[in-house]
Design a protein around this ligand. Structure first.
Ligand code: SAM
Length: 265
């Protein structure tokens, strides 16, 4: 699978004014997609999250899983290897191509569907025991309308007792502690630094710096934890449990990531 890809990210003349849901398509360009695996470092990522997602899915008796933010395929491959039936979707053809390649290198054929969350049901007609939306993906949505639409599509794609697992960075800490140039967040890959370069209530612009000094950016909407939980409940999920860095109990300012586990039935 080859796609024509641009070499440079384009956020326009004023990058912090770029607050558009569909822009993710232009953020995951070839150089960045190829760097992504270096960034997320599969082995250390597997170690740091352990069997959290696998155990959670098994506890709920899930067998079929839709990975709606496949990215380069890390969770899809882990879940296939753990025995789940996985369908891998993403709105970015570049990401799906990379995921397919990564899976094939590990002896798996990914079942991929290119689809944007906002119109998921147009192309995904089956119902799943679980949906995963991981790696701080949901924060690519910039309007409340898009967030509600995406969650409603996820909800409709789940079986009556299905489970949605969706994670996000701890934006409350980023927004409330404020941005300090010294504050760097590391995301598994040991040689890659991720830091919020610009923060306000409507945007967090992250900078990813790689060992070869190449830098890329992602513009994300800073979701507050309570707000995400409220949206999940308002869309119809009956129970929402939120974990902090894979732990049930935590002080709100501490975790780097929150993981919401939302039950439909
Ligand atoms: N889950 C992967 C991981 O943890 O490594 C990828 C995370 S990456 C930060 C976010 C992914 O979400 C990208 O692959 C991007 O293409 C996808 N994405 C963002 N907005 C989307 C949308 N509206 N519809 C479908 N996919 C979207």
């Amino acid at each position: 699978m080859k796609h024509s890809l641009s070499l440079y990210q384009d956020f326009g003349p004023d990058p912090v004014a770029c607050r558009e849901t569909g822009h993710y398509q232009r953020e995951y360009i070839e150089g960045f997609v190829n760097k992504w695996d270096e960034l997320i470092d599969w082995e250390s990522r597997a170690q740091s999250e352990g069997n959290f997602f696998i155990n959670m899915l098994r506890e709920h008796g899930a067998r079929s899983v839709l990975d709606v933010a496949t990215g380069t395929g890390f969770h899809s491959v882990r879940l296939i290897e753990a025995g789940f039936e996985v369908v891998s979707s993403d709105g970015s053809p570049e990401m799906l191509a990379k995921a397919f390649e990564n899976a094939r290198a590990r002896g798996h054929i990914l079942r991929t569907v290119q689809v944007d969350w906002r119109w998921l049901n147009r192309d995904i007609h089956d119902h799943y025991d679980a949906i995963i939306c991981l790696g701080n993906s949901f924060t690519h949505l910039f309007s409340e309308h898009d967030r509600r639409k995406a969650l409603a599509e996820f909800y409709a794609t789940l079986k009556h007792d299905g489970l949605l697992i969706l994670d996000q960075r701890n934006y409350d800490a980023i927004l409330d502690v404020g941005y300090s140039g010294k504050h760097t967040y590391y995301y598994c890959g040991t040689h890659v630094s991720v830091s919020p370069e610009y923060v306000d209530e409507g945007l967090t612009r992250f900078r990813y710096t790689f060992p070869d000094h190449s830098t890329y950016h992602l513009n994300m909407y800073p979701l507050r934890k309570a707000y995400t939980r409220r949206l999940l409940q308002e869309v119809g999920f009956q129970q929402v449990d939120t974990y902090g860095d894979f732990q049930e109990t935590y002080r709100d300012s501490e975790p780097d990531f929150f993981i919401h586990v939302a039950q439909k039935g």
